[in-house]
Design a protein around this ligand. Structure first.
Ligand code: FES
Length: 176
């Protein structure tokens, strides 16, 4: 007699199979649900085409009037692969009047990387010598607008920044 052909009721084996499949489903669901705590607080997925907030670190590490360069990472997911911790861009973060401010490191003129000159207390672009104040305002050079400020979110001592890229070479801050 073959198993399940009459002795043991098929319902018992079906129940075991269902349990196994359920457990497998739960296990698979748990894989994407186990990122670092920062990702739990600030999910990195885009919603409705809007740029996501990306974890930027502890507030205590970003506090202070001297700008800190922060690299922003997110998991890159496509139909076939998930690549963890892909660097998407960078920003400068500093504290002014008790609040954190973030500026894109991308120069609004033609997109070179903006550095911070600690001696001059200015952001400077090496390509065509645009210079920006600590508030992001243009102080010299051809940049058509101030440094692009980025939105910041704080929660439980952690900071997240919405990394948005803006059109270069134009006076208005237009997302691309
Ligand atoms: S790209 Fe920065 S000044 Fe031209």
């Amino acid at each position: 007699m073959s198993p399940g052909a009459g002795g043991e009721p098929d319902g018992g084996r079906r129940a075991v199979l269902k349990l196994g499949i359920g457990a497998l489903g739960l296990g698979l669901a748990a894989v994407p649900a186990a990122p670092a705590i920062g990702y739990l607080l600030f999910p990195s997925g885009s919603k409705g085409g809007e740029a996501a907030f990306l974890p930027a670190g502890k507030r205590s590490a970003l506090a202070g009037a001297t700008p800190v360069r922060v690299d922003l990472y997110a998991d890159k997911v496509d139909a076939w692969n998930k690549t963890p911790d892909v660097k998407l861009g960078s920003c400068w973060v500093l504290e002014r009047d008790g609040a954190l401010h973030a500026f894109s490191t991308v120069c609004p003129h033609l997109g070179c990387a903006v550095d911070f000159d600690a001696e001059a207390q200015k952001f400077k672009c090496p390509c065509h010598r645009s210079a920006f104040g600590l508030d992001g305002s243009v102080e010299a050079g051809p940049s058509p607008r101030p440094l692009d400020s980025l939105e910041i979110k704080e929660q439980d001592g952690l900071v997240a920044i919405r990394l948005v890229r803006y059109r270069q070479g134009v006076a208005d801050k237009e997302p691309v």
